[in-house]
Design a protein around this ligand. Sequence first.
Ligand code: ZN
Length: 260
Amino acid sequence: MAEREFALVLHDIAPTTWEDYRAFVEEIDSMGQIPMTWLVVPDFHHRSNTFEDTALLDLLHQRRARGDELALHGFYHCDDAPAPRTPRDYFMRRLYTYEGEFYPLGYDEAFQRLERGAALFRAQGWPLEGFVAPAWLLGEGARHALKTQAFIYTSDPGHLYLLPDYTPIKAPSLVWSARSRWRRGMSWVVNERARRRHRHAPLIRLGLHPVDMRHGLSRRYWLETIRRLLAEGYRPTTKISWLQRHYQRHGQAAAIPSDF
Ligand SMILES: [Zn+2]
């Protein structure tokens, strides 16, 4: 069987969420050299400034030095634009999620937030590689604004997209809905099904959220899944490392979506 890899992705990294992740990350580290992708939010909900927290910044620098990837994940993360006016917007912004920061933004506002986030990364000497929109939602304005930036890729639950053209590369994700007990109960089944369905995918992404760490079931699922993938011969990688190697192996043709 062709080489299979998995990317462990920690969503919503900010001072206020780090305590949720700390013990989990230590446990992963104890399993060996497993690189992770950290989705960094500059100012989570306007009250948790990552770039003013020297302890967290030091940690992120250390993680980068050991091979982890840092990606920009929105700016504030929460959607605090004026109330939705259409049924579709109501669904997307109130029922589906409250966290789609880049969904309602027009071009100018999206552009400004991207510029500010990119400047914060540059000031740390961090490369601009991935931009992942909160809740994976990019509105039209944000889609256009992102094209003007230097990022290499963005993503949604099913794909990585090479920028600036949004060339899709299939890359399924496992993700939990940990907000309520019944959703958590469903998530185990749903994710196990997805994992089996995508067993031939060259890259599978594990999208972890801080809330997953607060519930025994979701936390255990991730630990068991990581152990199982390693036991099945999957190689751990970061998204950018996988993309870079994917490019090197196949050149531009890699950007043509392949079915598997
Ligand atoms: Zn997020």
